[in-house]
Design a protein around this ligand. Structure first.
Ligand code: SF4
Length: 350
């Protein structure tokens, strides 16, 4: 498997240019092509022998599109194939206030949350920083949104903090002035809760928006839907979030998937209030997007909004998140699973 050129930052590209005996200014030319997700054919301002040397060792486009589904609200779910033939999903989300890309950071996921299609077949491998970045570059080139892509959400397949080094490198690449120059505050990292790496994130000077997938406010309940809760308590997680806030000054987000009759009752409101007391945070309520063969159901819209009002009355900042793209294989991992399953069925028939 060839190394993606978009794995490299400007210093590494400069070293590469020098290694091939090219003048230093070629680094900026190369960086421009990388950021535009150009193919080698489009590197027309570079000498042919240099392009041939690059082609021998590297890939300019580490992802190819397999399929896409476009929702009525303009959201697009892409299924990409990597050089190693692994399948990953990414989502483009246009909003009035800007354009987001939600990226995957692993092939599959080892965290095994019961409501999630991405974790259904376990972890296959980590994606490199360049493979994560390529999802953004491809979509930016494809959609050419006015104002460009200006928000990144790490909420696709995989646990970003379990692929720590590549996640950090990706954040730095996408934040770099010679890259897409997307501000730290516009980069959101969503974790199912690895407290040691939450602390590490703050120590490494990453002040992005941090979202914790809480989904239940007691250990007893959380253990029923999230494997990670066998290892870490909700108290350990909230303590880590407090440290993150103290070090970065960034309000943290709690993602809370609403599951009908399971975590949307009055006693859940009381548990959330107690757990989050004194933490500078906001709770995003997300009615469950049911995956195939999943027995869990979302609450009605009315019930979801009533739960939100109860939280607010209890002094917890909360809102119900509008779910985009839900009419097209909305939940993460479903497009991949359905594509793989239909391929398997057609090869059985033939
Ligand atoms: S919800 Fe996130 S952490 Fe949990 S299995 Fe799915 S991708 Fe992994």
């Amino acid at each position: 498997m060839k190394t993606p050129l978009c794995d490299f930052n400007i210093d590494e590209i400069t070293a590469l240019v020098e290694k091939f005996g090219q003048p230093k200014y070629r680094a900026k030319q190369l960086m421009r092509h990388i950021s535009a997700y150009d193919s080698f054919d489009e590197y027309t301002d570079l000498p042919k022998n240099f392009i041939a040397q690059l082609e021998d060792e590297f890939t300019a486009r580490p992802l190819t599109e397999v399929t896409r589904v476009t929702a009525s609200d303009g959201a697009v779910r892409y299924l990409f194939k990597t050089e190693s033939e692994d399948l990953i999903e990414s989502v483009y989300l246009p909003h009035d206030y800007g354009n987001s890309v939600c990226v995957s950071c692993q092939v599959g996921c080892g965290m095994g949350c019961v409501f999630c299609a991405s974790g259904k077949h376990g972890l296959v491998r980590n994606l490199s920083a360049g493979e994560i970045l390529a999802q953004v570059l491809y979509i930016a080139r494809d959609k050419k949104p006015v104002g460009g892509v200006n928000k990144i959400v790490m909420m696709g397949s995989g646990e970003p903090l379990a692929n720590y080094d590549n996640t950090i490198k990706f954040i730095k690449l996408v934040n770099a002035p010679d890259g897409l120059n997307i501000g730290m505050r516009s980069i959101s990292v969503s974790t199912c809760g690895l407290p040691d790496n939450i602390l590490r994130l703050a120590d490494d000077g990453i002040s992005c928006t941090l979202s914790l997938s809480l989904h239940a406010a007691t250990d007893v309940k959380r253990k029923q839907i999230m494997n990670i809760a066998q290892k870490y308590t909700v108290k350990q997680l909230v303590d880590a979030l407090r440290s993150y806030f103290d070090k970065t000054g960034r309000r943290v987000i709690l993602e809370y998937i609403l599951i009908d009759g399971f975590n949307d009752t009055k006693s859940d409101v009381a548990d959330i209030k107690d757990l989050l007391k004194g933490l500078c945070c906001h709770v995003n309520l997300i009615p469950l997007n049911p995956t195939d063969n999943c027995k869990l159901k979302p609450p009605t819209k009315k019930r979801a909004y009533a739960f939100c009002e109860l939280l607010k009355a209890a002094g917890v900042s909360a809102s119900v998140r509008r779910s985009m793209g839900s009419d097209v294989a909305g939940a993460c991992g479903q497009l991949k699973n359905r594509t793989v399953e239909s391929k398997a069925q057609s090869s059985k028939k033939s």
